[in-house]
Ligand binder design. Structure first.
Ligand SMILES: [Zn+2]
Ligand SMILES: [Zn+2]
Length: 271
């Protein structure tokens, strides 16, 4: 039994990740239209016929725009904090059903157990989403993070695979031409993690079981794949990290990354 991770797309124009285990599929965020998520899944060779749930970090469009429709279409529950569900369904639920998740609310869907850790972001009740697969692999998705909460720091210490925001390069943000108020919002406590902040957080949370780091939610204007990867990978390698560092893309799927757990040490293989 193995669990695979596919980044269907990530960035300010939409975020969607998929976990697959024995034909069961869990989406984490669905920030493209249902049609676009379906198209990307087909491109990545992922069969959404096995969809067992759609887990959401929060209700913003770049994370949730296709979530209700996809969940309803496949008869899969939408897993989200109560606040996210309320905010998302203000003008109707499109026939989707809700299962509440939180730090003390764990939900099982197919081979996946899903829960969350609260984050600081300008949304109703945002979470970092965590998933444990039946084979013992633990995956967490944390972005739109602002300043990482104690709950997120704790969560990162137990994961096999981390999908973490590396939103901007601090120098590119300062020279981006964004007005100071926008720059402050992006870099502020309810905004986004920089490459440097992501590297620091990962170095702090690094443990022998961490096998995969997938950087996500890169700003198109204030970041690029190479800068994000270099900043984070250099910091991690310096501390002895031997796993995989990859970067999710806005327009193309990345993966599947096959996540394996071996006697306390995890390995990742790109297949
Ligand atoms: Zn957001
Ligand atoms: Zn976002």
């Amino acid at each position: 039994m193995t669990t695979s991770l596919i980044a269907l797309g990530s960035g300010s124009r939409g975020n969607c990740f998929a976990l697959e285990c024995e034909g069961a599929v869990l989406l984490i965020d669905a920030g493209f239209s249902a049609k676009e998520v379906t198209r990307r899944a087909e491109r990545a060779g992922l069969d959404l016929g096995g969809l067992v749930g759609v887990a959401l970090t929060h209700e913003h469009g770049d994370h949730a725009s296709g979530a209700l429709r996809l969940a309803a279409r496949h008869g899969a529950p939408l897993l989200a904090s109560p606040g996210t569900w309320r905010a998302l369904t203000r003008s109707g639920n499109e026939g989707a059903t809700h299962c509440a998740i939180g730090s003390a609310l764990r939900v099982e869907v197919g081979p996946f157990t899903v829960w969350g850790a609260p984050i600081a972001h300008d949304a109703a009740e945002p979470l970092a989403v965590a998933v444990e697969s039946l084979d013992g692999v633990k995956i967490g998705v944390a972005y739109d993070l602002g300043r990482p909460t104690a709950a997120v720091r704790l969560l990162l210490r137990e994961l096999t695979a981390v999908i973490l925001e590396a939103n901007h390069d601090e120098i590119l943000l300062r020279t981006s031409g964004y007005p100071p108020s926008v720059q402050q919002r992006i870099a502020g406590s309810a905004g986004h993690l920089s490459n440097r902040a992501a590297a620091d957080l990962l170095v702090e949370a690094m443990h022998p079981g961490l096998g995969t780091v997938l950087l996500a939610h890169l700003s198109q204007r204030c970041n690029n794949e190479e800068l994000a990867r270099n900043t984070v990978e250099t910091a991690l390698r310096r501390k002895g990290f031997r796993g995989v560092v990859d970067v999710a893309r806005q327009d193309d799927p990345v993966g599947p990354l096959r996540l394996l757990r071996c006697d306390g040490a995890q390995m990742t293989f790109a297949i």
